[in-house]
Design a protein around this ligand. Structure first.
Ligand code: SF4
Length: 384
């Protein structure tokens, strides 16, 4: 074990705590420069309390500790910055916390996936350009609609669509890899023509890929969200909840399979037409693109990578040793990560939403390839 693994949680937080992350995120660590986000989006499931205070505070300040932490590592890994609070809060103009963090990552030659939709990121284009030249950065903005009415009701304190497109255009012009997060994708909010236009705007701005996932709904955001959607388009609001259900009665609404697949198929096909790579954060087999360039040279493999690897080798039947052999190609894989993978393997969840289905072999679980997706089956009672 490296000292970074021993120092779990400080100053970087490990990221792979859930199956959803293992399915979608190739980053080893996450770092939040701020606590809380001034944009307070209606659909935001992170930090509802701190976001609503509209007064983010500084989360990470000790740059020497961070530098030491990175320098002690015996291999490089990706850190996601600002994943749950935008990296360029208004405070950043004065405090330069994100800028200083980027300086440390750049000087230590560690890759970052930087999340922001703010124009403030252009101030740091000098550092990002250097990192871009070394294949050590990707900047991800979020844009779910070109319609100002949507922004007004769902993300009133975020920059306009044009401002976000401008940021990506400028980054791309300077050779800094940039992408868009089409998340949360809200069914019915954009018709096919509008979705096509949105994705063409991404492509014209110079984005390379789109990260995609459907809206998640929790009881803490439900009422405000539905109110906002009703104001945008009553039909969207009326239809949406027919496809979501709190199956386990735990305050988290799951989206129906049919809607999940339908929206993925539509978005992926439009992405392909627009010449954009498509990365699904929910159904691994829908991802299409090169996930091994730039910062992804230092990735942790995600479930889509497992599937691609075995499918390319025409593996119809996978045993644990096959997976271990594959994982041995990655420096970033450690005992803790393998422990998580094993947990999901043993509970028959690892290849959920893929073409590999769990089967029993004696007392062990293995996976065999089928011609239909392995989605958990459930029937939604309809809400009227
Ligand atoms: S910008 Fe992102 S982190 Fe901030 S409130 Fe909106 S969704 Fe949440």
């Amino acid at each position: 074990m490296t000292s970074i693994e021993n120092s779990y949680g400080h100053p970087l937080e490990r990221f792979h705590a859930s199956l959803a992350n293992l399915r979608a995120h190739p980053t080893t660590f996450t770092l939040e420069p701020y606590n809380g986000c001034s944009q307070g989006c209606t659909y935001c499931m992170y930090n509802q309390e701190t976001n609503q205070q509209k007064k983010p505070s500084v989360s990470h300040r000790d740059m020497e500790e961070l530098r030491e932490f990175l320098m002690q590592s015996d291999h490089r890994f990706i850190t996601s910055i600002g994943h749950s609070c935008d990296s360029y809060q208004p405070l950043e103009r004065r405090l330069e916390v994100t800028r200083n963090i980027l300086k440390v990552f750049n000087s230590c030659n560690f890759p970052v996936l930087l999340f922001t939709r703010m124009q403030g990121v252009l101030r740091d284009a000098d550092i990002l350009e250097e990192m871009g030249n070394k294949g050590l950065v990707e900047v991800v903005s979020t844009l779910i609609s070109l319609d100002e009415g949507v922004r007004y009701h769902l993300e009133r304190r975020s920059p306009t669509a044009e401002q976000r497109l401008h940021v990506v255009r400028e980054l791309a012009r300077r050779g800094i890899p940039a992408s868009f997060h089409l998340t949360p994708h809200i069914a019915g909010l954009n018709d096919e023509k509008q979705l096509g236009s949105l994705l063409r705007h991404f492509q014209n701005a110079g984005a390379k890929r789109v990260y995609f996932s459907l809206l998640g709904i929790t009881s803490s955001i439900e009422s405000k969200l539905l109110q906002a959607l009703k104001a945008i388009n009553p039909l969207v609001e009326k239809n949406l909840m027919k496809s979501y259900w709190d199956i386990e009665n735990c305050g988290f609404y799951q989206v129906s399979e049919s809607l999940l697949i339908e929206e993925h198929e539509k978005a992926r096909s439009i992405c392909e037409d627009a010449g954009l790579e498509f990365f699904s954060e929910q159904i691994p087999v829908f991802s299409k693109g090169n996930g091994h360039e730039g910062i992804y040279r230092f990735k942790l493999p995600i479930i889509a990578d497992f599937c691609t690897y075995f499918q390319e080798r025409k593996k119809r039947f996978i045993v644990w040793e096959d997976l271990m052999e594959y994982l041995s190609h990655f420096d970033t894989v450690n005992k803790e990560y393998i422990g998580k993978v094993r947990e999901y393997w043993d509970t028959a969840q690892l290849f959920k939403n893929t073409f590999y289905h769990p089967i029993c072999q004696g007392e062990n679980i293995c996976y065999s390839q089928q011609d239909h997706l392995d989605l958990t089956k459930f029937t939604l009672p309809r809400r009227e």
